[in-house]
Design a protein around this ligand. Sequence first.
Ligand code: ADP
Ligand code: MG
Length: 142
Amino acid sequence: MAIERTLSIIKPDGVERNLVGKVIGRFEEEGLLPVAMRMVHLSQREAEGFYAVHKERPFFDSLVEFMTRSPVVVMVLEGDDAIARNREIMGATDPAEADEGTLRKLYASGIEENTVHGSDSPENAAKEINYFFSDVQVFPRG
Ligand code: ADP
Ligand code: MG
């Protein structure tokens, strides 16, 4: 397995419910270490750009409204197989379908307010990391 980087976001529902420490603690326990991190209140334009792949979906406007409701924590996680591992730790998009012990099973209140985002492929991880961070803002741990 290779060391990878992935983009993680603690969404507004997670920050609002004081879950930042719990979520980051879980990533650290699992060996996915933050190498860049920032709190940001996304503008409509920033949220629309981030989720541009979903712009034709019926939930797009609602998703953008949710993601701009209050600040989020954006971070880059680094570790072995980080992209897939993060998706496993997050669980399925819909918490009703998420495995026991996953972050979404533990914390998400619904399919939209599902507490965390994680890149789904190496291509998207690179794109999403670039969307929020420049190289000088990333601090390798290895
Ligand atoms: P994931 O975040 O698991 O990669 P998607 O990329 O399919 O899921 O969707 C992006 C985000 O859009 C989800 O995390 C969730 O916040 C929201 N979302 C997805 N499907 C729905 C839906 N059917 N209704 C409302 N919101 C949704
Ligand atoms: Mg996705």
